[in-house]
Design a binder for this molecule. Structure first.
Ligand SMILES: Cc1cc2nc3c(=O)[nH]c(=O)nc-3n(C[C@H](O)[C@H](O)[C@H](O)COP(=O)(O)OP(=O)(O)OC[C@H]3O[C@@H](n4cnc5c(N)ncnc54)[C@H](O)[C@@H]3O)c2cc1C
Length: 135
């Protein structure tokens, strides 16, 4: 629970996030935040100030600059499938979760080199016709 003294500065921080991202790329509501505050194992759950969904490197840079200036911890999330509690906030300091789920573009596929350059939020989902879709 945030102390009343901090609440005002956290609200100012959230306002600054909205200014960077717009309201549609920020979740503040506790119920909507909840899935992002828990990892795949469901064993770790700590409240964050908000969840941000930047869509570009420039937006990420602005959010990182803001968090550094305000002393807010950043918790980057990709697919949230890590099993070491690295993608959930810790209780010792206020955190902003930065979900990269809207940064899911495939930038390059090198068929010969059997490699791909993708953005941090791209998730691979198994499908029934998996072999047909594999390179
Ligand atoms: C069913 C299952 C099977 C798995 N099998 C394997 C396996 O075979 N081999 C294997 O290696 N792992 C496996 N894993 C573990 C997991 O899938 C990998 O660790 C995966 O690489 C995590 O990626 P993620 O995008 O979900 O990361 P997340 O869980 O979102 O994050 C993991 C860590 O990376 C940080 N992070 C995420 N994105 C960024 C970013 N862009 N910049 C900086 N830091 C970032 C997070 O803060 C966190 O500390 C498995 C997990 C599950 C649930």
């Amino acid at each position: 629970m945030l102390s009343p003294a901090n609440q005002t500065s956290y609200e100012t921080f959230i306002d600054a996030c909205v200014e960077i991202l717009g309201p549609s790329k920020l979740i503040c509501d506790a119920d909507e935040r909840a899935p992002f505050e828990t990892d795949w194992l469901g064993q770790n759950s700590t409240a964050a100030l908000a969840v941000a969904f930047p869509e570009s490197t420039a937006e990420v840079a602005e959010v990182v600059t803001l968090c550094a200036r305000e002393g807010i911890a950043i918790v980057p999330q990709g697919g949230r499938t890590g099993l070491a509690a690295g993608a959930v906030p810790t209780a010792d300091r206020p955190s902003l979760i930065v979900s990269l789920s809207r940064m899911s573009r495939i930038r390059n596929i090198d068929v010969q080199g059997r490699s791909a350059v993708v953005e941090g939020g791209l998730c691979w989902k198994p499908c029934k016709t998996q072999s047909a879709n594999m390179i």
